[in-house]
Ligand binder design. Structure first.
Ligand code: ZN
Length: 318
């Protein structure tokens, strides 16, 4: 074999890259079939603009290729924070923390930098694909994925493929009302996000305990130590997620749910409450509603993104 390794167009085994470009970090996995052969992670330069973020992501892919000699990159998929036009691979809208991200032609720029075709999806959609194809919902055709992060996102895999809806907003379970009366980040009231996001758990604890905490992870530590206010905050989140799962199961007959994101890392504090929320008012069909934690953890978005890479060996209908 020649000295080729990790260069687009070089010899060696074909691999695809999966990228997770989030508000704090960017992660890259290289996949040979379903096997992860290299991983890279670095902070996302959100303040430096879309071009810098894409350049940093391309740099991580190159580092991963260098760490996996004898591989040849043939395609890449990206799960990106924000609203994404999957057809063009362009970021359509993003939160204020990102500079020059909305409007950025990510697929085109990253494709030019890496010399391979690139597809882009919203990160929650990529999470759903990752769990349905390789994770907690592997082998299931119809799945609701919920991400309990800073906010609450959701996505559907239906009949084995992503269901986006006519405007790309399918699965936005975080902004469905009927979950109390608190103000939501979107301007609405009583949305699932007001009880189940990381911010909501921290705020809920702060309200009852009269103490300000940094985030849900701190509340989880307090809950495990027996703090009743912290346990109450997680109980409220769990109950809301359980009821949301029943809502979807009743409307769409989608009874398999995967929950990921930072809050779901405290599954020990959520599992019983979710189960109770599901059991209290089961769908009229009588079908069992199964709510599982993410099996892929921090890799879920990147692995789902890899599965949409052009030429991905594990790619199904996307
Ligand atoms: Zn909302």
């Amino acid at each position: 074999m020649g000295g080729d390794h990790g260069t687009p167009g070089g010899g060696g085994r074909d691999v695809v890259a999966g990228l997770d470009i989030g508000g704090t970090g960017t992660s890259v996995v290289l996949l040979d079939g379903e096997r992860v052969v290299a991983r890279e992670h670095a902070a996302t330069p959100v303040r430096d603009g879309g071009a810098a973020m894409a350049a940093a992501a391309a740099g991580l892919v190159r580092s991963a290729l260098a760490a996996a000699p004898g591989t040849r990159l043939v395609g890449a998929g990206v799960g990106a924070a924000g609203v994404v036009d999957a057809a063009s691979g362009t970021v359509v809208a993003a939160s204020d923390s990102f500079r020059d991200w909305a409007g950025f032609p990510l697929a085109a720029e990253l494709g030019a930098a890496l010399g391979v075709p690139v597809r882009v999806e919203n990160d929650v959609n990529a999470f759903a694909l990752g769990e349905a194809r390789l994770g907690a919902a592997r082998g299931l055709d119809d799945v609701l994925a919920i991400m309990l992060g800073t906010g609450v996102g959701g996505a559907f895999v239906l009949s084995g493929g992503l269901y986006r809806g006519p405007t790309g907003a399918a699965g936005e379970i975080g902004h469905v009302a009927g979950f109390g009366d608190l103000s939501c980040t979107c301007g609405g009231r009583g949305h699932l996000e007001t009880l189940a996001s990381g911010r909501a758990v921290a705020r809920s604890y702060g309200r009852t305990a009269g103490v300000t905490v940094a985030g849900a992870r701190e509340v989880a530590d307090l809950a495990r130590a027996g703090d009743p206010h912290a346990r109450g905050a997680f109980a409220a989140a769990a109950d809301a997620v359980g009821r949301a799962a029943v809502l979807v199961a009743s409307l769409l007959d989608v009874t398999d749910v995967v929950v990921g994101g930072g809050v779901a890392a405290a599954w020990d504090l959520l599992a019983d409450g979710i189960e109770a929320g599901v059991r209290r008012e089961p769908p009229v069909s009588g079908a069992a509603v199964r709510v599982r934690p993410s099996a892929l953890g921090r890799d879920a978005v990147a692995l789902g993104a890899a599965s949409i890479a052009p030429a991905a060996a594990l790619s199904l209908a996307g």
